[in-house]
Design a protein around this ligand. Structure first.
Ligand code: NAD
Length: 296
């Protein structure tokens, strides 16, 4: 079997177009422009690239983008004061604090100081609790993107066996909750899982979110399974820098029914879902119906 490639780049473009349509409608019919505030503390080069890309795509879909760049030695007090200001600013519907934060700042404290209704990353403990109890919440962007791709490919996921490899708060755990919400039978595997190959071989859906280059070989994949590769790993091969996922793409594509490539799979969906979450937050804040197909 040769796997169908799930094109995350094309799907993300479709999501962004849907968001842009809804934003145009909001402006025309309600006079509202959704706004996303992104807070970056320090000068981490990867974070700077992400923040620039988020700002650019926010403006491209017609939303307002507010960037707040703070010095690496910013005090917790000053950062919390800024978040407080953004929480009460009616023009700001989404707030994202770019992680990781410099070591002297308490990440949990900072994230939990964001108004949960504006927490477009879905990391606030209230949103984690709401998601875990099947209530309306803000859903973390990367797992939301994975879910959208799975729904688009399969329609219903009900009754499927899903294995999520990785138990992080930002990908693995919320991914498992979302799959459970769509009535999959979910296994969360992690670094202490006994016989990982055997666990993965049972899965109709494999979501790999580990951060280890090509650690899942093709012979762990059940014939016809759908493979969602969240991993982004920079490696050097044949003297060149390359991005690879957590799955060995070439061998997995021979057995899977469908697979996301790296790059061009899950990656582009993350920012598209951030924009979708900002739109959702804006609609909720204004008591308007939520955009269809853009939430969990
Ligand atoms: P993390 O380091 O927080 O978590 C990794 C998880 O993998 C842990 O729960 C750990 O138990 C598990 N693990 C480690 N070694 C293992 C092993 N040998 N076998 C099984 N499980 C093992 O990472 P994260 O933040 O969840 O990110 C995971 C990957 O996804 C990284 O490559 C990251 O760059 C990528 N990522 C991509 C996006 C995107 O937009 N596409 C977003 C977030 C993260």
């Amino acid at each position: 079997m040769v796997a169908q490639v799930i094109d995350g780049k094309a799907f993300a473009a479709k999501v962004r177009a849907q968001v842009a349509d809804q934003v145009a409608k909001l402006k025309e019919e309600n006079g509202i422009t959704p706004g996303l505030a992104v807070v970056l503390v320090g000068e981490d080069p990867a974070s700077q690239v992400y923040v620039r890309s988020k700002g650019k795509q926010t403006v491209e879909v017609g939303m307002n983008s507010y960037e707040h760049k703070l010095e690496a030695n910013t005090s917790e007090e000053d950062l919390l004061a800024l978040i407080d200001k953004l929480n009460s600013d009616p023009a700001v519907h989404g707030i994202l604090v770019q992680l990781p934060l410099p070591k002297h700042l308490n990440e949990d404290l900072v994230i939990n100081s964001i108004d949960p209704a504006k927490d477009v990353d879905g990391f606030h403990i209230s949103n984690v609790g709401l998601l875990g109890t099947g209530q309306k919440s803000m859903v973390p962007c990367t797992p939301l993107g994975c879910l959208m791709m799975l729904r688009e490919h399969h329609g219903s996921l009900s009754g499927m066996d899903a294995v999520v490899i990785g138990r992080s708060n930002i990908v693995g755990k919320p991914m498992a909750q979302l799959l459970l919400g769509d009535s999959c039978t979910v296994t969360i595997a992690h670094s202490r899982t006994k016989d990982l190959p055997d666990v993965v071989r049972r899965a109709d859906i494999v979501v790999a979110a580990v951060g280890r280059p090509e650690m899942v070989p093709g012979d762990w994949i059940k014939e016809g399974a759908t493979v969602i590769d969240v991993g982004i790993n920079r490696i050097e091969r044949d003297g060149k820098n390359k991005l690879v996922g957590d799955v060995d793409y070439a061998s997995a594509a021979e057995r899977a029914g469908a697979i996301t490539p790296v790059p061009g799979g899950v990656g582009p969906m993350t920012i598209a879902c951030l924009l979708a979450n900002t739109l959702t937050a804006c609609c909720r804040a204004n008591g308007l119906p939520e955009p269809e197909g853009l939430t969990a």
